[in-house]
Design a protein around this ligand. Structure first.
Ligand code: SF4
Ligand code: SF4
Length: 161
């Protein structure tokens, strides 16, 4: 299970991590994961407005299969959150359009996407945000920073195991 994400990483396997978590660590990880989901929901509408305005005209869509597969920490985040991880499928071509991309955009809830999908903003999206309400932009930037800090706390909790 999840072998592709642990090969050659010199880290504990996902199974070893889960087996070695104590009660306090499980509680901390759950709290961080809940806070991340909450904050993603807070800014989702702003990001959706941007994607709806900018992405349909994009000539180089960023959603390819290699971006739509969960990494090591994504899998742990999802398992403690009760979300089914997206695992490697040897049939898919890494550089083909992402298997979760539809004509109306990503079919996954934002909180269920790999972290990099929430975190990535291309030049066009940044230009869109900069041309909009500065107060909303500040709120979004602050919230994204907080999501990043929570994610880092999750990773540090896992590193201590
Ligand atoms: S986020 Fe940027 S690169 Fe990705 S599809 Fe939208 S406009 Fe294109
Ligand atoms: S946002 Fe969705 S469609 Fe795009 S790469 Fe991520 S998982 Fe795939």
């Amino acid at each position: 299970m999840y072998k592709q994400n642990i090969m050659n990483m010199g880290k504990l396997s996902i199974e070893e991590i889960l087996l070695n978590l104590n009660k306090d660590q499980i509680n901390s990880l759950s709290q961080y994961a809940d806070a991340i989901k909450q904050k993603i929901c807070e800014i989702e509408i702003l990001i959706e407005q941007c994607s709806n305005a900018v992405c349909p005209n994009c000539a180089e869509v960023c959603c390819i299969n290699r971006h739509g597969i969960d990494g090591y920490h994504d899998i742990i985040y999802k398992l403690v959150s009760g979300i089914v991880p997206i695992t490697y499928d040897s049939i898919i071509d890494y550089d083909s359009p992402c298997q979760y991309l539809s004509i109306t955009g990503c079919i996954l809830k934002r909180q269920n996407r790999p972290f990099r999908c929430t975190w990535f903003f291309c030049m066009e999206t940044l230009k869109y945000f900069e041309s909009r309400d500065k107060r909303k932009l500040r709120h979004m930037t602050k919230t994204i920073t907080e999501i990043g800090e929570l994610r880092l706390k999750m990773e540090k909790t896992i590193e201590k195991i």
